[in-house]
Write a protein that binds this ligand. Structure first.
Ligand code: EPZ
Length: 420
């Protein structure tokens, strides 16, 4: 398994191209199941999770072609196999996003339950209850979701008891082809959902309230071909913002959007980091000391849970203390013991962690456990004295495109060690 070696202490400067967003690309690819004509997605990131979704769509019988020079993916054809098997779904939970489209377009689907992952049990009850409200008959047998809608789905008023990105995406895609009007109340408002809605509109869907927590969808008989640019990855941008901050450097994050960072911007500024819009993206600079700042993760536009581990790494070397509360997932502090091995002072009880800043971290061999925890260890390694080796970087490759190359290009002493 590949590992990444970092020699800390370098100050980063220069500009980093931000790739297309993983968490937009995945639902957008699933939307390819809905249309009669080809769906071309441009600015597509080259990630393991995108390849996994491409493999799942191909399993369903779609043609998925990737033009690496154009950084685009074209999805065409119609599903002939309506089953998403366990051996594919267990690799990536976002596979459950094929459920709504398959059901809406073909009236049937058999999708493996995704199972949990390192950060939590990750149930899909909200997806299933909403689809039942739209007329689907759903049974769980032998670890599979057996769903049928022989007369097609019908529009319904869906009120989500809690905000769910994936459930909002599944229902939005299903509602686009349902009979009649659907209203989705307490919808998630992440930029990736706005991007999915924009793409569905390009395909002929009729959606109002885009960007708000109340979506109105007028179902249509069919959706057609479209070409859609994937938005820049706000979590990658936030991650590299923390890289500039933790090394005391200055980076231009090419293609990043301030309005997609939500509360992350305010919190970075509170910690003493400058974040400003500049021609072509966002300029992030840290020239004075880092101050402890408190964080509570929330749905967008609150502080993104996918930025929690990265910000914790930054707070490890800030002046003072930081209280970090994770409200979205039940087990998203696995980076804490690894950061502690590097000399960080962190105590956590349940959903909250107290970080007391230290003068410096010390490089050490550490273990990646999930996607965002992995990158928080890289951030810590950039600032640590000595060498840090991050093991199990396959977690990293799921959501970051060539992270070591991008960081090396702005001055980091970082390299990938091919696995034994
Ligand atoms: C999406 O996951 C993202 N993944 C996650 O990013 C992100 O952390 C999460 O949204 C929150 O922003 C993709 O977009 C592919 P949720 P999702 O449904 O849709 C509970 C990363 O690092 N819940 O908003 O699975 C759930 O357990 C990944 O890129 C139910 O209880 O998240 C969680 O506690 C990690 N029942 C909370 O809601 C359900 O039916 C939010 O989950 C669905 C969710």
């Amino acid at each position: 398994m590949d590992r990444i070696l970092i020699r800390g202490g370098r100050v980063l400067s220069g500009s980093i191209p931000i790739s297309g967003a993983k968490n937009a690309a995945l639902p957008l690819m699933a939307a390819g199941l809905l249309s009669d004509g080809p769906l071309t997605l441009t600015n597509a990131p080259d990630l393991a999770d995108v390849a996994t979704m491409a493999g799942l769509l191909a399993h369903h019988g779609l043609d998925v072609s990737r033009d690496t020079s154009q950084r685009s993916i074209t999805i065409s054809g119609a599903a002939t196999d309506l089953e998403a098997p366990y051996d594919l779904v267990r690799k990536m939970r976002a596979s459950v996003l094929v459920l709504g489209p398959l059901l809406a377009r073909h009236g049937r689907a058999r999708v493996s339950l995704p199972g949990g992952c390192a950060i939590g049990t990750r149930p899909v009850d909200l997806h299933l209850k909403a689809l039942e409200q739209m007329g689907a008959e759903i049974e769980i047998t032998a670890g599979y979701i057996e769903a049928r809608a022989p007369q097609g789905l019908k529009g319904a008023r869906i009120i989500f008891p809690q905000v769910s990105v994936g459930a909002t995406e599944n229902i939005l895609m299903a509602a686009a082809l349902a009979r009649g009007q659907s209203e989705i109340v307490n919808a998630a408002r992440e930029p990736e959902i706005t991007d999915l809605a924009a793409c569905l509109m390009r395909m002929g869907a009729r959606i109002e309230g885009i960007g708000t927590d109340r979506l109105l969808v007028e179902g249509v008989a069919s959706l057609s071909a479209a070409t859609h640019p994937i938005i820049a990855d706000r979590i990658e941008a936030g991650t590299f913002a923390c890289a500039a901050a933790i090394t005391g450097g200055s980076l231009l994050l090419q293609g990043a959007r301030l309005d997609h960072l939500g509360a992350v911007t305010r919190t970075l500024r509170e910690a003493g980091v400058d974040v400003a819009e500049e021609e072509g993206g966002l300029r992030v600079t840290r020239s004075n000391g880092l101050r402890g700042a408190d964080v509570m993760t929330e749905p967008f536009p609150g502080f993104a849970t996918d930025m929690q581990a990265q910000f914790m790494a930054l707070m490890c070397v800030a002046e003072g203390a930081s209280m970090i509360t994770e409200t979205i997932f039940e087990n998203r502090f696995m980076h804490v013991p690894e950061l502690s091995r590097m000399g960080a002072r962190i105590n956590f009880h349940g959903a909250s962690a107290i970080v007391r800043g230290v003068k410096h971290l010390s490089g050490a061999p550490v273990m990646a456990t999930d996607l965002r925890a992995s990158v928080s260890l890289i951030l810590a390694g950039l600032a640590a004295e000595g060498e840090t080796i991050v093991n199990r970087v396959y977690h990293l490759d799921r959501g970051y495109e060539r992270v070591e190359a991008k960081l090396a290009a702005v001055g980091a002493d970082i390299e990938r060690l091919a696995g034994r």
